[in-house]
Design a binder for this molecule. Structure first.
Ligand SMILES: [Zn+2]
Length: 298
């Protein structure tokens, strides 16, 4: 056995608890989406951003009824606010945009800003104000700039909070554990490019969509990159051993995680294999994968 660790990013979000409403900075208040789970951790962080009585809401949670009173409370207690200026979304997954309708029922026809993803915007297409990379969204006390960060989802935008050199990272970087690269809309090579794009901004802090704030932002992003690079090396090594079946690769690579997470692990392994396939480094015959050996001198 090699001396290399089996994983770079340690731990996961299971059992992690956070307050329902919390103040993270003078311009950032969190309200927890009330949707805890193995992949959402304590639930989705929704963010009240700005210092005025009409702040922005960044992501809306899943749409659970118990969320709305907490949002109302957070706005009242920390902004003296009963209004929301705009809803700004990171991406179309249900635990981020699922609360749009209930927020609009309570607060009126609040504009919804996101990068459109036709067919995936949960019937909100007509309501969405389209934004894209470099869009600037200003509110009192906060300036957000959109950063296109596909890989976890093809519509994903992170937001740079200029006043704090902070990144609202959505599902690209999480407060604990690692993110999923889904079969639909996910792309590992894009994801790694997105991580590099965030790293280049030299952020001071990351406000993720799940889990606590990340104060050592650069180190966390480098750790995420190293984690995927190690996984790729492990997969290439298994292919060279002649192990090309995803389920058996997962058994070997994820011996340290409980079996109920193996389906998610398989999704991750397949995302690596698709990346290797596109790079001409792996090939598939039915369900079996094999390495592509490059002849010497080519
Ligand atoms: Zn997501």
């Amino acid at each position: 056995m090699s001396e290399a660790p089996s994983r770079v990013v340690q731990g996961n979000m299971i059992g992690l608890a956070m307050p329902d409403v919390d103040v993270w900075s003078e311009r950032v208040v969190t309200v927890l989406g009330q949707n805890p789970g193995p992949f959402t951790g304590p639930g989705t962080n929704t963010y009240v951003v700005g210092t005025s009585q009409r702040p922005i809401l960044l992501d809306t949670g899943q749409g659970l009824p118990q969320y709305l009173p907490l949002l109302v409370r957070g706005l009242e207690e920390h902004r003296g606010a009963a209004e929301i200026d705009r809803i700004v979304l990171t991406h179309a997954h249900g635990d981020h945009l699922g609360g749009c309708n209930q927020v609009r029922e309570r607060f009126g026809a609040v504009p919804i800003l996101k990068r459109p993803w036709p067919g995936m915007d949960a019937g909100l297409d007509e309501l969405v104000t389209a934004i894209d990379h470099d869009a600037v969204i200003e509110t009192e006390g906060a300036t957000l700039r959109a950063i296109f960060t596909p890989g976890h989802a093809e519509d994903h935008l992170c937001y740079w909070l200029e006043e704090e050199r902070a990144i609202f990272s959505g599902d690209v970087v999480l407060g604990a554990g690692t993110t999923v690269i889904p079969e639909h809309g996910g792309d590992l090579a894009d994801y790694m490019d997105s991580l590099r794009r965030l790293l280049a901004l030299e952020p001071a802090v990351i406000y993720p969509a799940h889990g606590p704030a990340i104060r050592d932002a650069g180190r966390k992003i480098r750790e995420y990159l190293a984690h995927r690079e190690l996984r790729e090396a492990q997969i290439v090594a298994l292919l060279r051993e002649g192990l090309g079946d995803v389920a058996r690769m997962v058994e070997r690579m994820y011996a340290d995680v409980p079996p109920f997470l193996h389906a998610a692990a398989a999704t991750s392994v397949r995302s690596h294999l698709r990346k290797l396939e596109r790079e001409g480094r792996a090939t598939r015959d039915g369900a079996n994968w094999a390495p592509v050996t490059v002849a010497p001198g080519t």
